[in-house]
Design a protein around this ligand. Structure first.
Ligand SMILES: O=C(O)/C=C/C(=O)CC(=O)CC(=O)O
Length: 256
């Protein structure tokens, strides 16, 4: 199932709801993301809705430096990956503007597979990790490198408002093991990477993270970006894509 969260354009003040994407139409669901699917009978064309981020997570956990460049030897898997958190104010949906923060001149897009957790998960073994994944979506782990702390931590540069576009859908049947991750800026291809180049794969990321914190339904793990992430500036339009999951396009806006 491919599940989107949306508001009908004709009912802009109405609450967000979920729908299953089938043959180009959204079949509206009556319940929440994790409820057994029950349909209201209403269908919406994609042109008639505003798509939102498909999930509002409690925790967003990011992973840094988790892909080798093509042709590079794969380093040994670390005991614990480079890990950071993004606050909830970073989450935006398809089409929403990425707002550049004041004083940031080195801002990058990073196209990634985002894993959405489906149930409370603590101390999960890698071989059980698929059982706690609800589905996958596309993420842009936007990063302001000039806001990284000079002594090492990435907290501020990863945490700016609007720095985590998610969407367009959560695919509950997606096979992350064969994912192909792409990105373009203003239509110019920038990233084209394969999950084969990941250093710590998603099952072991879930084992590592759930070893020290309880993952909750809806939590999102940004699993790292392949080579080719590049700078963006005001006026650019960035599209992150994962084959089979769809395209996530956001304009980049100057500081407000
Ligand atoms: O430390 C640096 O020079 C750069 C770090 C980044 O660009 C952050 C990042 O998330 C990159 C990555 O995941 O590979």
């Amino acid at each position: 199932m491919k599940i989107a969260r949306f508001v009908p354009l004709a009912e802009p003040a109405s609450p967000a709801r979920f729908g299953v994407l089938e043959e180009g139409l959204l079949r509206e669901l009556s319940g929440g993301l994790f409820d057994p699917p029950a349909f209201t009978g209403r269908r919406f064309g994609l042109a008639d809705v505003r798509l939102l981020a498909p999930v509002m997570p409690r925790h967003i956990i990011g992973i840094g430096k988790n892909f080798t460049a093509p042709g590079e030897p794969k380093p040994p898997e670390p005991d614990m990956p480079i890990l950071f958190f993004k606050p909830l104010g970073t989450v935006i949906g398809p089409g929403d503007p990425i707002m550049l923060p004041n004083g940031a001149n080195r801002v990058k897009f990073e196209s990634e597979v985002a894993v959405v957790i489906g149930r409370t998960a603590r101390r999960i073994r890698p071989e059980d990790a698929d059982g706690v994944i609800f589905g996958c979506t596309v993420a842009n782990d936007v990063s302001a490198l000039d806001l990284f702390h000079p002594e090492g931590h990435w907290t501020i540069g990863k945490a700016c408002d609007t720095f985590c576009p998610l969407g367009p859908v959560i695919d509950t049947a997606f096979d992350w093991r064969s994912a192909r991750i792409r990105a373009s800026v203003n239509g110019v291809p920038k990233q084209d990477g394969a999950m084969a180049d990941i250093i710590m794969p998603i099952d072991r990321l879930i084992a590592c993270i759930s070893g020290f914190m309880t993952l909750m339904p809806g939590d999102v793990i940004l699993t790292g970006t392949p080579a080719g992430a590049d700078w963006v500036g005001a006026g650019d339009v960035v599209t992150c894509a994962v084959d089979g999951l769809g395209e996530l396009t956001n304009p980049v806006a100057a500081p407000a």
